[in-house]
Design a protein around this ligand. Structure first.
Ligand SMILES: *[C@@H]1O[C@H](CO)[C@@H](O)[C@H](O)[C@H]1NC(C)=O
Length: 268
């Protein structure tokens, strides 16, 4: 672990971390916030780094009136983004009034107790812990890592938007099949534990609605190499679906709502 502040935070008891709602400090917000994006390859610049794909974080700025800084990195889970000190890096630059979007899930599956890949979270939605069979480290749940990350940001006076992961290609079989992975609901669980000043948007649902409307061939055309990473066009569309979800308060209001361009596109 690179950052002592991260270790110090991890010393909080798990229960305390889960149970304490966010109390934002009384800091004057900035007039013009910066939006920071934390996520994986589906959000990151150049997507899967295969020359064909891109992440939606590269396109969200087109639909906002404020600056967007894309801190997403391919291959990361909530756990590995935490363990590498990347949430801490963002917290170090966040100012009061800024907005942090956190979206993980694609790399969070599997078990840390069976051939741990350094990314799998401990199963469960609360205070469960596991021991990595690879490193012996204590591994926490997805909800735990997200709550820790949100608290780092809100302690700096930022607001946090917890966004559910994008779907894979929902027309892969030729018919439309949409079944949200468990991490979609986990983001909502984390938001409920944190309360006010942390918001939830179901990006999965927004993109799922969009794919249903686009249909089979148009959706398949957005996936050049695999069923997870989209073309730049697909990434732009995912950003537009996110924008629409924010603009229409799909799962309630968020702190991003005031910073969407007027007349944003309707994609679902
Ligand atoms: C978000 O809101 C939409 C629209 O009401 C709903 O379909 C979806 O299930 C919600 N997401 C969650 C995780 O509750």
């Amino acid at each position: 672990m690179r950052f002592s502040s991260v270790s110090a935070l991890m010393a909080l008891t798990v229960l305390e971390a889960i149970a304490t709602p966010v109390t934002p400090p009384d800091l004057a917000p900035r007039a013009t916030p910066t939006v920071y994006l934390c996520g994986d390859s589906t959000m990151a610049k150049n997507g899967a780094n295969d020359g064909d794909t891109d992440g939606w974080g590269q396109y969200f700025g087109t639909y906002t009136t404020v600056s967007v800084v894309n801190k997403a990195i391919g291959g990361r889970s909530a756990r590995s983004y935490w363990n590498e000190g990347r949430f801490a890096d963002v917290a170090n630059v966040v100012k009061s009034g800024d907005i942090v979007v956190i979206e993980f899930g694609h790399n969070d599956g599997g078990s840390p107790e069976s051939n741990d890949n350094g990314r799998s979270d401990c199963p469960g939605t609360g205070t469960e812990t596991c021991v990595s069979d690879a490193t012996g480290e204590t591994v926490y749940t997805f909800v735990f890592y997200v709550i820790q990350a949100a608290k780092l940001m809100t302690a700096k006076g930022a607001t946090v938007v917890l966004s559910s992961q994008t779907p894979n290609n929902l027309w892969e079989t030729g018919s439309f099949v949409s079944a949200p992975p468990r991490f979609v609901g986990y983001q909502l669980t984390a938001q409920k534990a944190l309360g006010a000043n942390v918001y939830f948007v179901d990006h999965y649902q927004a993109v799922s609605n969009m794919y249903k409307k686009l249909g089979n061939s148009a959706t398949n055309a957005l996936y050049p190499n695999d069923h997870t990473h989209t073309s730049p066009t697909g990434a732009s569309l995912s950003a537009q679906a996110f924008t629409q979800a924010i603009h229409t308060n799909l799962n309630g209001t968020t702190s991003l709502g005031s910073y969407i361009v007027s007349n944003p596109p309707t994609v679902y």
